[in-house]
Design a protein. Structure first.
Length: 188
């Protein structure tokens, strides 16, 4: 029993760290901290979804694959649960799930719905194309996303830098999650 619980906790933590570059946000203050850190706007992809939405479940894995691309580390990927973030749904006029917003700071650059796609592959191609356009408009033609992967040769030093940044973000997000969870426990 004891070993089973430890294994379950380790599995949960490893899953969290693997996809920790998707930040969970529930209110406007948290969102602004992520899309305008220190007052500087950053590129972000915001996903509005719910646990009960079938289409949200279908696009979850393709979206996670896109967020795991090392070359997209400059983009902040944010998830807002529609059941918990109703204030943000009203602010961004979101009425269906899943909805994806491509933002630069507080400026919305593109809005996409899963229903614009027919299946997982079509969704991944569609959202990848929009991220591609977003990056090209923001940074010039330095990067190209093809089939969910950014086509850009990176040096071992750039890869190492990305690895450290990803690990740091994962640790930071994990501790933020722990503090928020403990705060919620004591708030009850």
């Amino acid at each position: 029993m004891y070993k089973s619980n430890i294994f379950s906790i380790m599995l949960l933590l490893s899953t969290y760290v693997l996809f920790a570059n998707i930040v969970e946000v529930e209110n406007e203050k948290q969102l602004l901290e992520k899309i305008t850190p220190n007052g500087n706007p950053v590129p972000a992809v915001i996903k509005f979804s719910t646990t009960w939405c079938g289409a949200c479940k279908m696009v979850k894995k393709p979206f996670e694959k896109i967020t795991a691309q090392p070359e997209l580390s400059e983009i902040t990927f944010i998830h807002i649960d529609g059941d918990k973030g109703k204030q943000l749904m009203r602010k961004f006029n979101v009425s269906s799930f899943p909805t994806f917003l491509l933002m630069h700071g507080t400026d919305e650059k593109h809005r996409s719905h899963f229903f614009d796609s027919q299946d997982e592959d079509d969704f991944q191609e569609n959202i990848t194309e929009k991220i591609n356009e977003f990056l090209l408009n923001k940074t010039g033609p330095a990067k190209k996303v093809i089939n969910g992967k950014v086509k850009k040769t990176i040096s071992p030093l750039e890869w190492l830098k990305h690895a450290f940044v990803t690990i740091f973000k994962s640790i930071q997000n994990f501790f933020t999650w722990i503090v928020d969870s403990i705060s919620n426990l004591f708030a009850r």
